[in-house]
Ligand binder design. Structure first.
Ligand code: FES
Length: 369
């Protein structure tokens, strides 16, 4: 059989066509890889959770359009942007501050305002630096990255509410009170603070409540709030929402078992957690870091996060240390996880964990770090 040689023009056309097809295929493959949630691989510095889809919108760059002094030591920031995701009372934003520090702040504006979010923060002289950075760096015109909103403190559908606020803890409760008022649901609030001048949004709440629905307790003139009396005066089966310093939340929680029947307690805290205490049955385990090539031992009474920061990776990102913000989420390559958070979805738990609270079920875990 004889082979008829192809003319040079045909061979050239075939070669050019083949090269073009290969380039197109390579471009399509690259675009597909870039769209994949696994590309780039979740960076060491970037939480997987909360980056769009799932429980909230991804990162947004918003502008500080207005900065006001809501009380002594408290600034309120109105952040504007386009097509802001909707939110409901109780939701919070993660603010990624210029230093990379991530902090959570409750939304305290109007959920019907689709063009802006409002948060407020008190300057904490002995805090971890987040509030100081907000006060010093976030001036009008500055852009800031936010993630969320996410709601870990939703307003349950009840026929009555008692709100117990301590200082800056009023921020998530303010939109709740507004919503209850708008829906005609009976509500009362006990609002405690060091002094009237230090209590944000006090004038607005007094106007909203009118009459006797708001009990203001300024410690410098009134002493401590009578929480037992407040709980006794709550309507039966009311939902009690409490946000404020730990002693206030603990006092309300301690009173509730003996308080009026049917009251349910809902609380939220954003303060950093105390170092984890060893739970019964906790045992030491090893964490192997695949990329770093190190192995770290995690003893009972400390977290994977703390052990890794102390022994191998001092710059690992974290924020709440309580398993609710998602900042410390890391990918698991091997080993069984004892998940101790309430944030991750089942799908996320298949291959990741929050290293501030979760531990190994066995002798070791291997992480993509
Ligand atoms: S630091 Fe917030 S979930 Fe771990």
């Amino acid at each position: 059989m004889s082979v008829v040689p192809r003319p040079r023009a045909v061979r050239t056309a075939l070669v050019v066509g083949g090269v073009a097809a290969a380039l197109l295929a390579r471009g399509a493959l690259r675009r597909r890889i870039r769209r994949s949630p696994l590309w780039p691989l979740p960076a060491l510095e970037e939480p997987i959770s909360g980056r769009g889809g799932g429980r909230g919108a991804g990162a947004l760059r918003l502008r500080v359009a207005e900065r006001t002094e809501a009380a002594e030591g408290v600034v309120a920031l109105r952040l504007t942007g386009e097509r802001l995701p909707a939110w409901e009372p109780g939701a919070h934003l993660d603010l990624v501050l210029p230093s990379g520090t991530v902090r959570q702040y409750s939304l305290c504006g109007d959920p019907a305002d689709a063009g802006s979010y409002t948060v407020a923060t008190r300057l904490l002289a002995d805090g971890r630096g987040g509030s100081r950075e907000v006060h010093e760096a976030l001036h009008e015109g500055v852009e800031v990255e936010v993630r969320g909103p996410r709601n870990r403190f939703p307003l349950a559908d009840r026929h009555a509410y008692l709100f117990v606020a301590g200082g800056i803890g009023v921020t998530p409760l303010l939109p709740m009170a507004r919503q209850a008022e708008a829906e005609g649901v009976p509500w009362r609030m006990v609002y405690a603070g060091r002094s009237r001048a230090s209590m944000p949004f006090l004038a607005e709440l007094e106007k909203l409540a009118g009459g006797d629905r708001l009990t203001v307790v300024a410690e410098d003139t009134d002493g401590r709030p009578d929480l037992a009396a407040a709980l006794a005066g709550a309507p039966p089966h009311a939902a009690v929402y409490c946000c404020g310093p730990d002693p206030l939340r603990d006092a309300v929680a301690a009173l509730l078992p003996e308080g009026p029947e049917g009251l349910t307690l809902h609380t939220e805290r954003f303060a950093p957690a105390a170092p984890p205490e060893a739970a019964a049955g906790d045992a030491p385990f090893e964490v192997k870091l695949r990329r770093t090539g190190r192995t770290v031992t995690v003893e009972p009474g400390t977290s994977v996060l703390r052990a890794l920061r102390e022994q191998a990776l001092p710059d690992l990102p974290y924020s709440c240390e309580q398993g609710f913000c998602g900042t410390c989420q890391q990918r698991v390559l091997a080993g069984e996880v004892d998940h101790r958070d309430e944030l991750l979805t089942d799908a996320e738990r298949d291959d990741s964990l929050l290293i501030c609270v979760s531990r190994a079920r066995g002798a070791s875990l291997t992480l993509d770090l």
